[in-house]
Design a binder for this molecule. Structure first.
Ligand code: NDP
Length: 454
């Protein structure tokens, strides 16, 4: 352990927030020999495990059967009396979340990390006060409190839900309006649409998923509309009212009112920094309330660090995990300080169909490098051809024209995130288009398009 353990404190490390970043940091610090405690006011596991990526992905799988059951007919199958039981899926997903919550708790316990199942607040330079009134001290403090959904400040906003509540619905709404055009909006639009809801997405601009390549976004929009999802752009929330019939009437700018059974806000996430005593401790916050950190996740106070969504760097679980690991290795390990490389992070949107990308979009590359070459394949996957499903995939590779180095890959199509994980290794490693050309295709696959791009 690089940091010498001091008997002046109760703990070497006190972590606030047992999500992906906090759990990784705590257990690695403990493995380095530190005496560690962690406080969590909700459930161990955090957003990703309890009310985010993991249960969402299970719903994505569940939703996709709607298409598979349709497509299977062309493959000779007859499925009679098909029906969908939301409560069964919901309860199954929630019980798996319980299992994972147990596993995360076990991991911490196995590493002798003391868990406080309550809220914690900084009340002194090295002092933490728990909701029960217990006061403890720590040499280092890690803020890993994540983020929460942003809810627009409009009349009746309390009548809406967020993705947090979507996992607990009593029934699938007949009509749902989703506000926002980002990850959560597009993923849940796909899920609810496949489960039979009529979905309307309203977005303040005319751009969905604006960090992704324009042609992939256009393709998703086109396919989503084909599947029956409605979109209203340049629409800002004015308010929600409950009607006499118990429906929700939503008013917005530039569009007529709309009546739905459920409204879901997916308008970004805000860092959880309120009420943590960070101001008293002298921890500097940014404009959105995020904890400002350096490349080693250190805040403006030398012994206080922060990782994950609360820092609003890249709001993705694997990034929070890496930040937590790097922090623990830097502060408690024996090696050199480790900074997380935030460049070239692959990502995916689990929409129907999904999008995946790594590196720069065509627009970004053109602005940054000027001279680029773009290769693309616009194809109809074999399975869709046989199924009679008129959905085309699109793969794009962007290279630096000066040396052929791949600076970005984007894809939309079945299993795009699964394919992207391997392709991202090549992009991160700085491989060229010629390296892909030199690789023999695996035929017949969708992934082979990547080595056959023209
Ligand atoms: P996103 O940032 O993806 O999208 C937010 C959307 O809401 C954008 O369309 C944005 O519009 C709009 N918006 C933002 N603020 C307002 C406002 N005040 N009023 C109206 N509209 C607004 O956020 P999400 O909530 O979908 O997801 C949060 C984060 O969680 C993501 O950024 C991502 O990092 C992570 N996540 C990752 C997933 C994955 O990896 N598959 C899945 C789900 C979440 P505009 O474009 O104009 O700003």
């Amino acid at each position: 352990m690089a940091a010498s353990k001091s008997d002046d404190y109760d703990y070497d490390l006190f972590t606030i927030g047992a999500g992906s970043g906090g759990v990784r940091a705590s257990r690695v610090a403990a493995a380095h020999g530190a005496k560690v405690a962690i406080a969590e006011e909700h459930r161990v596991g955090g957003t990703c495990v309890i009310r985010g990526c993991v249960p969402k992905k299970m719903l994505v799988y569940g939703a996709h059967f709607a298409e598979d059951l349709e497509d299977c007919r062309q493959f000779g199958w007859t499925v009679e009396n098909k029906s969908f039981d939301w409560v069964k899926l919901r309860d199954h997903v929630l019980s798996d979340v319980d299992r994972l919550n147990g596993l995360y708790t076990e991991t911490l316990e196995n590493h002798d990390v003391e868990i406080f199942h309550e809220r914690a607040e900084l009340t002194g330079k090295h002092e933490i006060t728990l909701a029960s009134g217990k006061v403890v001290t720590a040499k280092y403090i890690l803020i890993a409190t994540g983020a929460r959904p942003h809810i627009p400040d409009c009349p009746g906003h309390e009548l809406g839900i967020t993705s947090n509540e979507a996992f607990h619905l009593d029934a699938i709404p007949k009509r749902i309006l989703i506000a926002g055009g980002g990850y959560i909006a597009n993923e849940f639009a796909g899920i609810f649409n496949e489960f039979g809801s009529h979905v309307t997405i309203i977005n303040r601009s005319d751009q969905l998923l604006r960090h992704y390549d324009e042609s992939l976004r256009d393709r998703l929009l086109q396919i989503s509309m084909m599947k029956g999802i409605d979109f209203r752009f340049h629409a800002e929330f004015r308010g929600i009212e409950k009607t006499e019939e118990g429906c929700l009437k939503v008013s917005m700018t530039k569009h007529d009112d709309i009546e739905v059974d459920c409204v879901m806000f997916a308008t970004g996430r805000v860092p959880n920094t309120e009420g943590l005593g960070l101001d008293k401790a002298g921890v500097k916050l940014g404009d959105k309330g995020e904890v400002v950190v350096d490349r080693f996740s250190k805040t403006s106070v030398d012994h206080i660090y922060a990782v994950g969504d609360v820092t609003d760097r890249v709001q993705l679980t694997p990034v929070a995990i890496r930040e937590g690991q790097a922090f623990a290795d830097t502060v408690f390990g024996d090696g050199d300080p480790v900074a997380v490389d935030h460049n070239c992070i692959p990502s995916a949107v689990f929409s129907h169909p999904p999008i995946a990308a790594v590196g720069m979009t065509e627009g970004e590359a053109r602005n940054k490098l000027g001279n680029i070459k773009v290769y693309q394949s616009d194809f109809r996957p074999m399975k869709n051809v046989v199924a009679g499903r008129n959905e085309r995939g699109l793969y794009k590779m962007i290279t630096d024209a000066a040396n052929g180095r791949i600076v970005g890959i984007g894809m939309i199509g079945p299993e795009a995130p699964e394919i992207m994980q391997a392709a991202a290794v090549a992009v991160k490693a700085g491989l060229t288009k010629a390296d892909f050309d030199a690789t023999t295709a695996i035929h017949p696959t969708m992934a082979e398009e990547l080595v056959l791009l023209r």
